[in-house]
Design a protein around this ligand. Structure first.
Ligand code: SF4
Length: 419
């Protein structure tokens, strides 16, 4: 088995209207109605088959009835690292982040257009069998995961654990239960915990409780960079319940409760925002004292955006590099230059300094909550979550010389030869 999920789509060299994905071009499909007999996880609940340990997603068998907090799903990379799934990862050893995802037969009740877990997919696939960020997510008893990590102790490869909430009436309470099950056996000072939150169902008390129970970092999966892209991909545009304002309300509460550098937001690049708009958001988060974690848009198979182009590599690299410079090299948005379409034309640093940062390669690695190596190196490498391995967007390993030459070509910043 391999971590590489073949989906066939190659990222575009250039966007559908120039060299970036424009708002006009990135229109999701409208969701089709779901037959009543497929709604709310009905096939799984009716069959009510008891789970027997680990469940590996398989469309050809009856999906067992699994629920958090007893069960969670794991990223393929985390399952391989934990030894629950056999396999290999292209050019990388393992992931340093144990990504857990709450699971229910009803699944996520939201309908985000770019997401493989979205509600409209209940028409064709049971929740635990859906692909998400290009890979399968095996379902595993929480106790089994905790037992393995507790047994490994200081030898555990994990630098961080992350609980991803979904939109479900039980999500807030069950996140607390999963966190409790973890901290009863594992010291959160040794393996810190991040919460990838779902603000739609949350209030201040939920955020405070997670902090009191030992969560270290609280992130908000804002995903869309502007109110217009948010509404179109996560709100009324796709019959989904999320509201931009509610996400910011919880983000502001997280800022108060978790404090500086301990909160942030996820942003997907290439869903119709301009480069300037994405980086304006990065600056806003920085000015609040938080961080941004970035993903490159990829047309997830089965999602309402699977007919749209992946983010062109030049657009992605410019935003990826600019975000790194802002988060870790002290460059502000006002120092950068943009053209009339909002594209980055100047990174606000002398060429020699920019070259050194490009050559260090860290700017092009997966971004996320830090691990134990260094502040600007994410524990969470999400191997090939936002691109195929043939044209990597976020590098889950240190890019080598050949990778860096390719990155420079994508950026249009060649090496300056000094003869
Ligand atoms: S809330 Fe999260 S898991 Fe649910 S559909 Fe939206 S992005 Fe996917």
């Amino acid at each position: 088995m391999s971590c590489l999920k073949r989906q066939g789509e190659a990222p575009a060299a250039h966007g559908v209207a120039g060299d970036f994905n424009t708002f006009a071009a990135m229109q999701p499909r409208a969701p089709a109605p779901t037959p009543p007999e497929r709604r709310n996880g009905a096939p799984v609940k009716l069959a009510d088959q008891r789970p027997t340990g680990v469940y590996l997603p398989n469309d050809n068998v009856l999906t067992p009835h699994m629920r958090s907090p007893e069960y969670v799903q794991l990223s393929t990379a985390a399952a391989m690292t934990l030894g629950i799934m056999p396999g290999r990862m292209h050019r990388c050893e393992c992931t340093r982040c144990l990504n857990l995802l709450l699971t229910y037969p009803e699944g996520c009740r939201a309908n985000c257009a770019y997401c493989g877990l979205a509600r409209h997919r209940e028409a064709e696939r049971n929740y635990a069998d859906r692909n998400f960020i290009r890979v399968d997510w095996p379902a595993v008893p929480v106790q089994q995961i905790v037992d393995i990590v507790a047994r490994d102790g200081a030898a555990s490869p994990f630098h961080r654990m992350c609980i991803s909430m979904i939109t479900h009436p039980r999500s807030d309470a069950d996140t607390v239960e999963v966190l409790r099950a973890w901290t009863r056996r594992i010291d959160p000072a040794e393996i810190p915990v991040s919460i990838l939150s779902n603000p739609t169902t949350m209030n201040r008390e939920d955020v405070v409780r997670l902090h009191e129970l030992g969560a270290d970092i609280f992130t908000v999966a804002l995903d869309a960079a502007t109110p217009a892209t948010f509404e179109r991909t996560r709100g009324k545009g796709v019959q989904s319940p999320h509201k931009w304002q509610k996400y910011w309300e919880i983000l502001e509460i997280a800022r108060e409760v978790f404090g500086p550098q301990k909160f942030g937001a996820h942003i997907i690049i290439g869903m119709g925002e301009t480069e300037f708009e994405a980086l304006e958001l990065v600056q806003r988060l920085l000015d609040l004292g938080g961080h941004s974690h970035m993903f490159c848009f990829f047309p997830e198979k089965g999602s309402l955006m699977d007919h749209l182009p992946a983010t062109p590599r030049d657009q992605w690299r410019r935003v990826q590099l600019a975000r790194y410079l802002m988060d870790y090299a002290g460059v502000r948005l006002e120092q950068m230059r943009f053209d009339g379409e909002g594209r980055v034309t100047g990174f606000g640093l002398p060429r020699a300094e920019l070259d050194a940062i490009i050559d260090a390669g860290i700017a092009f690695r997966t971004s996320g909550c830090p691990g134990k190596f260094r502040e600007d190196l994410s524990a969470c490498d999400r191997p090939y979550g936002d691109s195929p391995p043939s044209d990597i967007a976020s590098y889950p390993f240190q890019p080598n010389g050949r990778d860096l030459r390719r990155i420079r070509r994508q950026l249009g910043i060649p090496v300056v030869r000094i003869d």
